[in-house]
Structures are given as structure tokens and as C-alpha cells.
Design a protein around this ligand. Structure first.
Ligand code: FAD
Length: 433
């Protein structure tokens, strides 16, 4: 006899996968939950590895963490609201290993391991329409140890395969002639290998600046090349020079858009990531262009398949707390408390919103970077799911830490925050560690 439980397949055991598992697996009368994780640990990108190429199964390394990385958000606004992080002394911007431990504790605390299949790669996901019109999902996965492949039916699929593991590499005329080493920030691990080298870093977003700061401690010279309208400022050490975008490369000479040139030994692309769903059947339309994915409703639901969810699309957000809301929003849909509009209406709403943003001059690749729009998004999905959104103190800490970063990105990670109540926080400056 078929089970009356909703069968949920969760693809990926990073934060997003763990959070949706926590909200569904506990309701064992309602849901039968399977979380597939290709590596031998949960935690996703927070599971650091020295490796940069392939893992023991020959799969591309997933984690983009580098050895010395400290978080770029304070832990007070990174923590998942129903599972506070331990408060140690010291700055709120913690080493990545603290986050990995926290996620392992989260999985244990909510007893998620019985639902998790480690070393299991999802290879193919295909929708099938039953005679009664219902869509089910055939998920083909492989046990990477035994190599056995199995296909199983699910009612709902939640994609949590992460968005920061496939580097976007723009083509630069002449790159083929560059004799030096070049990597994407996804493969960057330690700065020591750049000792006495002349390094060019392309891109001045979070990773670009962070990596330039690390590398400049060892390198002879660092050129940080970017197209930002304003200089990123003089807070970098003296051996760092800003240059505009790269026009072309001739051997080891980089030619920048202002006509200036530089001799370069090593090149690091800090040029963002491509969002990919290589396991998805072509029956499902998922159009991706860099970090832009469509068609989705509320940055989460496939407009044509309301039983297919994609967690973690929005960028420039507070990802862990956002997953906490997204998961409960999904639950409200599955349990019928939220009635979704028709596919056509969802698509129309999506198209209208996209058009409005493009008309405001926001390029396609920035649409998903919610920034200031994130707060309205949280309030909207929380209200729809009839749960509380975040208290004002979360936004206040976010704004404060951003301001400190704008003032001086070399010191902003030395602050320690403490939440006093829903409105107030205290902050103090710790000695650099
Ligand atoms: P991931 O953590 O990437 O997890 C995806 C999981 O899916 C992985 O375990 C992967 O192995 C698995 N998987 C993928 N494909 C398959 C498949 N086919 N079958 C089975 N399993 C599969 N966020 C912050 O809040 N604060 C920060 O300071 C911060 N710093 C960051 C620094 C870097 C360098 C990067 C790359 C990201 C940073 N982020 C930060 C963002 C971070 O990505 C998110 O916070 C969050 O970890 C994303 O979680 P996720 O579950 O969506 O994806």
C-alpha cells in the first residue's frame, strides 16, 4: 500500500538542506525525509579541505573555504534562530571551523542523521505525471562507496546543492598566452604560496578583497583589478595597487583598461559563481545565466512545478536565518496553509518583478542580490507562513557591521556584538587576533 506520508528528497547537506530537514523530519507522521549528501560530512561549503581538485570519489571539490577564512557576518546574525551559537570571548566574526562544528551540532541536536545518506550523489531528477495529474519526482542516486544506483519516487524535491562551488570565469583576450598559474577563488586555500610573487586578483567583492589582504602579506606585489566606480581605498597594505578591469593579456603582461600594464606571475579570478543544477531533467525548465535562475516564485518555488523548491538563491542576505524562514514557508505550502497562485500567475508576478528591477537599471546578475530588499522579503514570507520575522536588532547589527566594513575593511572583523533584546545590542572592539 502506498504511504500517506509526503516523501521529501533534499539534495545537499549544507546549511539549507539541514534546516529544511530539521523542519520536516521531526514530523515523522507527515513526512518521510531523505537528505542526499555526496561528501562524507554534512556542513557543505563550511567543511574545509586542503584539496582543490577532486575528492576521493573523483568528484569536483565542493567547498570554497580557504584556510584562514573568518566569517563576513557576525555570528549573532549568522546563527539559525532556533539554535543559538555558543558565545565565546573574542570577535563575532569566527573562523570557518566554528561554523562547521555548529552545523554538526545542529544535525545532532535535531537528530537528523537517521534521515541523511552520506557519500550519496544525486545523478538525475525527473518529473513524472501520474494519471491523476499529480507530479512525482524520480530521483536517481548513487552510493559512491558501493557504486550501486537506485531510482526512487518522491512527492517533493528541495534543491539545496549550494551556489558557490562552480566558479564563473570570464574570458580575457590572450589568457591562453599567460605562462603563470591561474585559479578561481574557489580553489584558493593559503597565501604562503604567493611569497615574493606578483599577483593579479580580478574582482573586488568580498572574496577579492579578503584574498588580496591575505596574499599581500606574502606577495611582492598585488594588483586588484575591478570595475567599481569608486576606488576601494587605501586601507590595503602598500604593496597593493588598484587597477581597472583587464583588457587583455600578452604572456605575463596584463594590460588594463586605462592602458597601464603590469608583469604578473599568478592570477586569481574572484569573479563569482555560476549556479548549476546538472542533475535536473531537461523536462524542467531551469534557465541559468551566471547567478540568475528562473522561473521562480518568491526566489524559491519553480513556477511550473510547485513541488520543486530551490533554497538559497538570494545573495547579499543573512543566509542561515533566511533558510530558517524559507523552510517554514515551504512547510506552510506543503501543509496547505499557503495556497499558491496558478503557475501562470506565479510566472507573471516573477516577470513583472524582474522587469521592474531591470528598468531601475539593476543588471540581471544583481537581481538576486537582495541587499536592502532582503528585509521586506523576510517579512513577506514570514507573514505568509504566519511566523515571526526577525526582530529589529538583527537588521541593526547587519547595518552596523556593514558600516564598519565600509569604514575600514581591514578591521571590521574585530568587533564583538552582543544582543541585549529585540531592539538593542552592544558592540565592543577586540584587540586584533
Ligand atoms: P552548501 O553549503 O554549498 O551545501 C551544498 C551541499 O550540497 C554540499 O554539501 C554538497 O556536497 C551537496 N551537493 C551538491 N550537489 C549534490 C548532489 N548532486 N548530490 C548530493 N549532494 C550534493 N555565509 C554566511 O552566512 N557568512 C559568511 O561569512 C559566509 N562566507 C562565505 C565564504 C565563502 C568563501 C563562500 C563560498 C560562501 C560564504 N557564505 C557565507 C555563503 C554560504 O555559501 C552560505 O552561508 C551557506 O553555507 C550556503 O549553504 P547551502 O546549504 O546553500 O550550500
Amino acid at each position: 500500500m502506498p504511504s500517506s506520508k509526503t516523501r521529501i528528497a533534499i539534495l545537499g547537506g549544507g546549511v539549507a538542506g539541514l534546516v529544511i530537514a530539521r523542519h520536516t523530519a521531526g514530523k515523522s507522521d507527515t513526512y518521510s525525509v531523505t537528505l542526499f549528501e555526496q561528501t562524507d560530512q554534512v556542513g557543505g561549503t563550511w567543511v574545509y579541505t586542503d584539496e582543490t581538485d577532486v575528492d576521493k570519489h573523483g568528484l569536483p571539490i565542493h567547498s570554497s573555504m580557504y584556510k584562514n577564512l573568518r566569517t563576513n557576518l557576525p555570528r549573532e546574525i549568522m546563527q539559525i534562530p532556533d539554535f543559538p551559537m555558543k558565545h565565546d570571548e573574542g570577535p563575532s566574526f569566527v573562523h570557518h571551523s566554528v561554523i562547521r562544528e555548529y552545523l554538526w551540532d545542529y544535525a545532532k541536536h535535531f537528530n537528523l542523521y537517521p534521515h541523511i545518506k552520506l557519500n550519496t550523489l544525486v545523478k538525475y531528477v525527473e518529473p513524472e505525471t501520474l494519471r491523476n495529474g499529480q507530479t512525482i519526482w524520480m530521483v536517481t542516486y548513487q552510493d559512491l562507496e558501493s557504486k550501486v544506483e537506485i531510482t526512487k519516487a518522491f512527492d517533493t524535491v528541495v534543491l539545496c546543492n549550494g551556489h558557490y562551488s562552480v566558479g564563473h570565469i570570464p574570458h580575457i583576450p590572450g589568457i591562453e598566452s599567460f605562462p603563470g598559474g591561474s585559479i578561481h577563488s574557489h580553489q584558493y586555500r593559503v597565501p604562503e604560496v604567493y611569497a615574493r610573487k606578483k599577483v593579479c586578483i580580478l574582482g573586488a567583492s568580498w572574496s577579492g578583497i579578503d584574498i588580496a589582504m591575505e596574499v599581500s602579506q606574502y606577495a611582492e606585489k598585488v594588483y586588484i583589478s575591478h570595475n567599481l566606480p569608486e576606488p576601494i581605498d587605501s586601507k590595503m597594505s602598500r604593496n597593493v595597487e588598484e587597477r581597472p578591469g583587464i583588457q587583455s593579456i600578452q604572456g605575463n603582461i596584463f594590460i588594463f583598461r586605462d592602458g597601464s600594464t603590469a608583469e604578473v606571475d599568478n592570477f586569481i579570478y574572484c569573479t563569482g559563481y555560476k549556479f548549476t543544477y546538472p542533475f535536473m531533467s531537461t523536462k524542467v525548465e531551469i534557465r541559468t545565466e551566471g547567478n540568475h535562475v528562473e522561473p521562480t516564485y518568491k526566489h524559491l518555488i519553480h513556477t511550473d512545478y510547485p513541488s520543486l523548491f530551490i533554497m538559497g538563491l538570494p545573495g547579499i542576505v543573512i543566509p542561515f536565518p533566511m533558510f530558517h524562514l524559507q523552510a517554514q514557508y515551504i512547510l506552510s505550502i506543503l501543509e496547505g496553509r499557503i495556497k499558491l497562485p496558478s503557475s501562470g500567475e506565479m510566472r507573471e508576478e516573477y516577470e513583472t518583478e524582474k522587469r521592474a528591477l531591470l528598468e531601475q537599471g539593476i543588471p540581471l546578475r544583481h537581481i538576486i542580490k537582495l541587499k536592502e530588499r532582503q528585509w521586506a522579503y523576510y517579512d513577506e514570507i514570514a507573514a505568509a507562513a504566519n511566523i515571526s520575522s526577525f526582530p529589529p536588532v538583527i537588521r541593526k547589527i547587519y547595518d552596523h557591521s556593514n558600516k564598519m566594513r565600509e569604514l575600514d575593511f581591514t578591521t571590521y572583523k574585530n568587533y564583538q556584538y552582543r544582543i541585549i533584546d529585540d531592539e538593542n545590542f552592544v558592540v565592543c572592539y577586540c584587540k586584533p587576533c
